[in-house]
Design a protein around this ligand. Structure first.
Ligand code: KIV
Ligand code: ZN
Length: 523
């Protein structure tokens, strides 16, 4: 592939700060369990993310625990915790991060007139004081402190300069300029960063950062423009997950920098061949589907339908492809094994797909693979991935699906008979419903009662053909908490039951763990 990337020594690094687990997880319906957050953090670390924003420790006991555990787990990257401009927040973030090999406290306050007046009820001087006190306090815990001017792009230039200067004087090492409401435009944002770097004393000693939301669909363009203006850190998230329309998509900024080295003479530490895996994992754990035509990681991002395009691709891929699919981890679907494949070949295949299972888990996965190969003509890599992920999801759950019978059709009300293993005891219930799925969910609820409402029921096919495995996501909401369950099987009803049961398991765990530490307001 021809790119005009300058040699590494002439290029500046753009630091990749991933906020999938904080801003991403904050978006309605995207909440993840601790295990899921650890899975995502491990992958981000392996992929080369420089800073992993692991959560907002004061927000809930669950967030505190997630940041604590991620801090212990991460090997390469810096682990970051978010804190408002109050002592309690900063102390809690420091506590959660204490086991991290490399830690960062990220503290923020709203600086715009709207935020000052309506959210904080503070005047400019009071906000200024909080910048001073919060950065100073954070610096007592670590010398890696990031300060953010929330709603910076709607803040008066003079006041923004004053607060940035104060944060630098008090020891902040990264200055983040969030476009909190996705309001700015590329040229305006580049000018803003340039202006700050030129005017603020000490600006040349810190790293400027972008944090762009996508309300106008400009988050990636604005982030890259910010870099052109002098920023050297981009805050982004996998699949662009984040509040409202989301954040700048990590995979898009990284591939824009890699592909257009002639325009963006920078580099990142990201192993781009892991982008597709990261996208799939985040989509699965958040139950946020990736749109088919999404740049880089969409199902159609490298698909060529028209005859003219196909002809060109066959002659020379560069006629219609500006990136190689393998550079972002897109593999052509490959037929793997059939029912005669042995345990050894299966284990090798799992390793190639990035799974390392212990003996017992391998045994269970192999049994399921054999069962699948009996039922399904062709077994693809995607089938194996779905099967193992399903196995990992169900492992260790207190409630498990044992048996299911569903009666549906034109003859009478749909009925489901469900047997669950509830902490070692088999319990069977039956129910009728408005459809087979409704009947099945009601039967599960009769065994494991809860008040949650169904927010999402989503079925996808892992591969093509009518014998494909179904992958089902279920999201349940209880109060302001949401949980997501997943299940996979060639039988859509079984996959649905597994997904529902998995979500119920999470509800139970969540109820036990996540009493909010405080009610969050701006401080
Ligand atoms: O969008 C925003 O301003 C934020 C800050 C906390 C950085 O997420
Ligand atoms: Zn944000």
């Amino acid at each position: 592939m021809t790119t005009t990337t300058p040699t590494a020594d002439k290029r500046d690094q753009v630091v990749i700060f991933d906020t999938t687990l904080r801003d991403g997880e904050q978006s309605p319906g995207a909440s993840m369990t601790l295990e899921e957050k650890l899975q995502v953090a491990t992958l981000l670390d392996e992929m080369g993310v420089d800073i992993i924003e692991a959560g907002f420790p004061i927000a809930s006991n669950g967030d505190f625990e997630a940041v604590t555990e991620i801090a212990k787990l991460v090997k390469r990257g810096v682990v970051c915790g978010l804190a408002r401009a109050g002592n309690g927040d900063i102390d809690r973030a420091a506590e959660a991060l204490k086991h991290a090999e490399r830690r960062r406290i990220h503290t923020f306050i709203g600086t715009s007139p709207l935020h000052r007046e309506f959210q904080l009820q503070l005047n400019q001087e009071q906000v200024y004081e909080r910048v001073v006190s919060s950065v100073t306090r954070a610096r007592n815990y670590t010398d890696d402190v990031e300060w953010s001017a929330m709603d910076a792009t709607r803040t008066e230039a003079d006041f923004l300069c004053r607060t940035v200067e104060a944060a630098i004087k008090c020891g902040a090492t990264t200055i983040n300029i969030p476009d909190t409401v996705g309001y700015t435009t590329p040229a305006e944002f580049a000018d803003m960063i340039r202006m700050l770097i030129e005017k603020v004393p000490g600006a040349d000693e810190v790293v400027f950062s972008t944090h762009c939301h996508n309300d106008l669909g400009l988050a990636v363009a604005n982030s890259l423009s910010g870099v052109a203006g002098g920023a050297r850190q981009i805050e982004c998230s996998i699949n662009g997950l984040g509040e409202r329309a989301g954040n700048a998509a990590l995979e898009e900024v990284v591939m824009a920098i890699k592909t257009r080295g002639d325009i963006y003479p920078y580099y990142t530490n990201i192993d781009t061949t892991m982008l597709m895996r990261a996208s799939k994992l985040v989509s699965a754990v958040s139950a946020f589907p990736v749109q088919y035509n999404k740049a880089i990681v969409g199902k159609n991002a490298f698909a060529h339908e028209s005859g003219i395009h196909q002809d060109g691709i066959l002659k020379n891929a560069e006629t219609y492809e500006i990136m190689r699919p393998e550079d972002v981890g897109v593999k052509s679907t490959s037929l793997v094994m059939g029912k005669h494949s042995g345990r050894h070949a299966f284990r090798e295949k799992l390793i190639a797909l990035g799974f390392e299972l212990g003996d017992n888990a391998l045994q269970d996965a192999f049994r399921r693979f054999k069962d699948l190969a009996d039922r399904k003509k062709h077994v693809f890599d995607e089938d194996i991935e779905a099967l193992v992920e399903d196995e990992m999801t169900q492992a260790g759950e207190a409630i498990r699906l044992v048996a299911l019978t569903v009666i549906a059709g034109t003859g009478g009300p749909p009925k489901a008979i469900v047997t669950l293993d509830v902490e070692g005891q088999h319990v069977t219930k039956e129910a009728t419903g408005d459809g087979p799925v409704d009947a099945m969910f009601k039967a599960v609820r009769a065994i494991a009662p809860h008040e949650a409402t169904l927010q999402l029921y989503q079925v996808g096919a892992v591969t093509e053909d009518s014998d494909a495995q179904a992958e089902v996501s279920v999201r349940l909401g209880e109060g302001d908490k949401m949980v997501t369950g997943r299940g996979a099987d060639t039988d859509t009803m079984i996959a649905s039951a597994k997904a529902y049961v998995s979500a119920v398991n999470k509800l139970v765990t969540r109820r036990a763990k996540s009493k909010p530490a405080v009610e969050l307001k701006a401080v």
